[in-house]
Design a protein around this ligand. Structure first.
Ligand SMILES: [Zn+2]
Ligand SMILES: [Zn+2]
Length: 174
């Protein structure tokens, strides 16, 4: 995976329902070798990580760059990441070291590596929270003009319909 994929996986991890190991297995759907190793303890550690990580996305949504940076730095200090260069594909890229790492440690490491690289390369305002309440899902904005506001097409069209209805109502009331 490259850093953008790690960063997107990080948003998906924060949005995942990790109340039980089935939820974690669903999140790891395309990574069979990890799925088979996931435990309740991984779930518990990842739920804690979700709580730690959400304020970083909220700071990104509010363009509070210093809070994104200090939040990620604090998380990397708490969860030391060990990057390793891999050549298992046709290009060199970074992995998080896997020797003896639990599923939770690995996912946390990938998540932080991805977000830290994204923030440095593309900007701290690339992290966001969906603008279509009551949805609170997070996302990584990789659009060329930094215009993303919603976690999904579904929320985007729901917000458009709501805005349209509000305009109709205003017209009818005028
Ligand atoms: Zn790889
Ligand atoms: Zn949403």
């Amino acid at each position: 995976m490259d850093f953008l994929e790690y960063a997107e996986a990080s948003a998906a991890l924060l949005n995942a329902d990790l109340s039980g190991v089935e939820g974690l297995a669903a999140y790891l759907d395309d990574r069979e070798w990890l799925r088979s190793r996931a435990t309740d303890r991984d779930c518990m550690l990842l739920r804690k990580f979700q709580r730690e990580l959400r304020p970083v996305f909220e700071a990104g949504e509010a363009d509070r760059v210093a809070d994104v940076v200090s939040g990620l730095n604090a998380l990397m200090a708490r969860h030391p990441v060990t990057p390793r260069i891999s050549d298992h594909q046709d290009r060199l890229h970074l992995h998080v070291a896997t020797d003896n790492a639990s599923v939770a440690e690995l996912l946390v490491g990938e998540s932080l590596l991805g977000l830290a690289t994204l923030v440095c390369d593309l900007g701290a305002d690339r992290l966001g929270v969906c603008s279509a309440p009551p949805c609170t899902q997070v996302f990584v904005d990789t659009s060329p003009n930094r215009s993303r506001r919603y976690c999904s097409d579904r929320c985007s069209s729901r917000a458009n319909v709501a805005a349209y209805r509000a305009r109709q109502k205003a017209v009818a009331g005028a």
